[in-house]
Ligand binder design. Sequence first.
Ligand code: FAD
Length: 414
Amino acid sequence: MKYNVVVVGGGPAGLGAAVEAKRNGANTVLIIERDRELGGILNQCIHNGFGLHEFKEELTGPEYAHRFIEMAKEEKIDYMLNTMVLNINEDKTIETLGEDGLIDIEADAIVLAMGCRERTRGAIDIPGYRPAGVYNAGAAQRLSNMEGYMVGKEIVIYGSGDIGLIMARRMTLEGAKVKAVVEVNPHSSGLTRNIVQCLDDFEIPLKLSTGISYIHGKQRVEGVTINKLDENRNPIEGTEEFIKCDTVLLSVGLIPENELSVDAGVNLDMKTNGPIVNNTMTTNIDGVFACGNVVHVHDLVDFVTQESKIAGKNAALYCLNKSQKNPTVSTVASEGIGYIVPQNIDPQSEEDINLFMRVRSVYSNKKLVVKCEDKVILEKKRIHMIPSEMERIKISKDLLKNITGSISVSVEEA
Ligand SMILES: Cc1cc2nc3c(=O)[nH]c(=O)nc-3n(C[C@H](O)[C@H](O)[C@H](O)COP(=O)(O)OP(=O)(O)OC[C@H]3O[C@@H](n4cnc5c(N)ncnc54)[C@H](O)[C@@H]3O)c2cc1C
């Protein structure tokens, strides 16, 4: 089997990239997906809130995915389901394992769109036995929304990222009592709208600067001990509180799924855990592109789609030998900024470039300052910035022409 563009992963990133590759001239495009259907994580996100930027409508996850699946079908894009990509070789042969056994597929260009996976209990070392009733929040979401299983009756959620918040509401609507959402940071790590709509509206307590220090129970979870934490995240003695529950949902972070990328020789950014890319979403390997949660964890799927369109278009141009290889300059996360994607940009780009970034802390009334070699080239005032909401700055193609060396972004007094 031989294709112009092969996309690994059939979530919103993979679907968007495949459609755009086809629309930009790639003759043959294939999506390889290990799950039983296309759509990725969106299939289990039955709440609304997707697509406000892309479609100017509020869709559920499956509705959003459906629109792209229909586009992929209209574009006559091939796809393989229940098929796992095992390896990507130097010559861009892709080794897969599916219902028909091991199949090698040759590609001119590859788009990596494998999404991310959840951090587990093992990664955060909560003491206690290993009773039944400890789930990752995303796994519990799949069980309840797709497989029809309810995971518990009295629930404590650890981590107030979006998945934790969404699951607090989902479990409540399904008839469980969510006793608390426990968060180690002094602020929630989810979108503000999710705190309001998923916790406040249901009077679910959010316990900030608090950790779970023990999970009780041998056969089944019987409760948790929580502790207030000091500024170094150490438990404060005397603040212990026992909460009776039969289930603990962990929403303690997502990790871009990059084993395949690393084995293929793709360089990762230690801050994002995703591939280092330039503004065309090209990795360090010619003809290998990446987009979506595999590059960095997104809070909004619309931005995943934006990125995937860039990756798909440039994968097609690569196949048509139309991609330009101009030198790039690096983007530097300065004071107050955790990371920036893309890590490299081409000042000769004929298109505006969006820089995506996350701030390190909560800031009010500050500005984001973009500098090129210490000279300010752009400033954007922000009333409120939090680490959980991705910031975006557009560098217009006219402004790009003034860029002579690496550019930095910092948080400064407004
Ligand atoms: C609980 C939750 C709630 C969210 N709520 C919102 C919201 O309200 N609004 C919003 O805009 N966004 C929301 N998001 C964010 C948004 O859904 C994600 O950012 C987006 O789905 C990421 O898309 P992706 O294609 O990069 O990854 P995914 O959707 O994870 O897709 C990756 C795909 O790659 C496949 N794959 C991985 N490895 C392989 C392999 N080796 N071989 C073959 N296939 C492979 C996986 O099976 C998967 O289908 C939410 C996310 C979650 C988890």
